[in-house]
Design a protein around this ligand. Sequence first.
Ligand code: NAD
Ligand code: TDX
Length: 348
Amino acid sequence: MQKILITGGAGFIGSHVVRRFVTQYPSAQIVNLDALTYAGNLANLTDIEHQPNYTFVKGDITDAAFIDELFNAHDFTGVVHLAAESHVDRSISDPMAFVMTNVIGTVNLLNAARIAWKGKEEGRRFYHVSTDEVYGELHDPKEFFVETTSYDPRSPYSASKASSDHFVRAYHNTYKLPVVISNCSNNYGPNHFPEKLIPLMINNIRNNKPLPVYGKGENVRDWLYVEDHARAIDLIFHEGVNGETYNIGGCNEWKNLDLVFLLCKVMDEKLGRPEGTSAQLITYVTDRAGHDLRYAIDPSKLMNALGWKPSVTFEEGLEKTVQWYLDNQKWLDDVTSGNYQKYYDGMY
Ligand code: NAD
Ligand code: TDX
């Protein structure tokens, strides 16, 4: 029987991956390990929490003894590792939290898998979910990140993710641990924590609050609907080749300012406000330190090797996303109270 450990399954992308694995593979046992930090929210999984093939374990990947015990207690056939500190701005104010979870936490999992799987690696897989930010920033509009692009991380967040990617490859090379890595572009969709650009703007428009655009809003991101990322992870986990890296992207580049204007337009329509109302909330604020100019993925390898392509257009994805936030105001209000509010109040 397949027993798959998914880390960070209470977070944004993790919750979509958990839902997909629990529903697509009813004969596989899915164990969701999450420390429930500010970003982890079991309310993301209420629809599947009673499924017989789903178990939640609260625990911290920085705790090596706990991780070793977990691997002793369960014969995991696979790991899908998403648990991380994920917000670039937080990495600028508290880099050590990123070293602890993203680097030490990943190495704890690699060690546990290496020891537990020694001599019986066949048919098992350690999947590390990573980001396009490890490649640094692009300036030439004709350039894209491919799997062989040199690493050039430029924020504490991307440096911690790059480090974890290197450890995963080192464990493959040194210990023959069966690993696979993917590096994905910016995700958006339901359950996205409202410290990130798209949900933050939706929430602030709803509440008539300023819309903070960093610098001149000229930075470019490549946006992918979260369920398309979850589909890619499923495909790579089941059909990818050990030792390989796959880039995942939406082929959907937007300048931040253009995207914020688009969100204002969609929200004005949804809220029945005259066009142009929300755009008046746009406020230019001090730029992010070391702000990467452009990220853009070339996902040809994944498309050609495994037949993946995005299934949701940006128009459809944004419509679904905005509607989800309007229909789930309690979710938003719950996560924007308490500690988050203190963090957010200190931002500008
Ligand atoms: P998120 O911040 O929404 O969720 C992270 C989850 O990890 C939370 O549930 C949190 O409680 C858990 N976690 C954090 N520290 C932990 C610890 N020490 N032990 C156990 N659990 C812990 O993040 P996300 O946006 O869903 O990203 C998930 C993964 O995908 C990350 O590895 C991130 O680097 C990667 N990624 C994200 C994006 C994106 O656009 N969001 C793009 C590419 C890659
Ligand atoms: O208030 C804001 N104003 C603003 O102009 C915020 C929160 C962001 N921005 C800009 C910064 C970026 O250029 O918008 C862009 C997107 O910012 P984020 O949503 O913070 O995402 P980013 O920094 O690009 O990183 C995301 O994508 C890659 C995720 O947070 C990472 O976890 C992932 O690896």
